[in-house]
Ligand binder design. Structure first.
Ligand code: NAP
Length: 249
């Protein structure tokens, strides 16, 4: 039986595992182990890092992996980089499954920045009460902003350093437009910070911000490693696998 490794941690990775559940393939989904109670994909799952590109290459060889789909979050740049190096070292075909980023529409007041540090530098000019949705791992970039109040939403609690005035909201998507409207109004938010994660599950905050005329600071995505083909949705990833035929190579 051919073996596919899906580097996961996203809705798309779970959807891909589900789409392949009945296929004559061994599918292993891999999670980093960051989230205390992750949403698990169907089928075989392994949890934890591989130990860098060399560790991943060794795992691909030991487990006789025939293809890898990197379906990690668009901002999981280290894992994507490692996957590209390990694929090159082993000759195992690699596909990046990346949902498209968000695009602005009329009425949006977006400020695109290249990093969380740039977002932090811009914030004091845009507002005082910040809805921070860029994830718990990056909250340290805002820790020095003493004059601002932060509502920080994440799946698990962030750890210090973080801004002195931080209210933590533990929650995970999908979120509704009604819910996001109520949140922005209830907390008197005047600026939103987000990564350009793309996808429908967390997009309602952008609509709610537009309706309320709020500025949004959007952190741009890191690039997909050069030479790695990209599928924008699960169907395209399944097509890529099918094009490899029974051997996947
Ligand atoms: P990262 O910075 O790119 O990766 C750091 C290290 O974590 C990697 O070098 C690897 O360790 C390990 N790792 C990451 N993803 C892995 C996976 N799917 N399976 C096994 N090991 C993995 O990653 P991150 O940004 O911390 O993201 C971690 C996980 O959360 C990913 O699965 C990602 O899809 C998910 N996620 C991330 C974000 C985000 O904004 N970054 C948002 C939602 C979900 P080794 O070097 O030891 O192999």
């Amino acid at each position: 039986m051919r073996h596919l490794l899906v580097l996961g941690g996203t809705t798309e990775a779970r959807a891909l595992a589900a789409a392949l559940a009945a296929a004559p393939l061994r599918v292993t989904s891999s999670l980093a182990g960051r989230v205390a109670e992750p949403r698990l994909p169907v089928g075989e799952v392994r949890i934890g890092g591989f130990g860098g590109p060399d560790g991943l290459a060794a795992w691909l060889r030991a487990e006789r992996v025939d293809a890898v789909v990197d379906a990690t979050h668009p901002f999981a740049a280290a894992m994507s980089h490692n996957a590209a190096l390990a694929a090159e070292a082993t000759g195992v075909p690699l596909l990046a499954l990346r949902r498209p980023g968000w695009t602005p529409v009329d009425g949006d007041r977006w400020h695109r920045v290249g990093s969380l540090d740039e977002a932090a530098a811009l914030l004091p000019a845009l507002g005082r009460r910040v809805f921070l949705t860029s994830g718990r791992q990056g909250i340290g970039a805002f820790a020095h902003l003493d004059g601002l109040h932060f509502l920080a939403r994440s799946v698990d609690a962030p750890e210090p350093p973080m801004p002195a005035a931080t209210e933590v909201l533990l929650d995970r998507g999908p979120f509704t437009l009604d819910g996001e409207r109520a949140l922005l109004r209830g907390h008197r938010i005047d600026v939103l910070v987000t990564k350009d994660s793309g996808g429908a599950a967390t997009a309602p905050k952008l609509t709610a911000a537009r309706e309320l005329g709020l500025p949004v600071v959007i952190v741009e995505r890191p690039p997909v490693p050069p030479g790695v083909p990209v599928a924008e949705d699960v169907a395209a990833a399944v097509d890529w696998l099918a094009a490899r035929g029974p051997t996947l190579r």
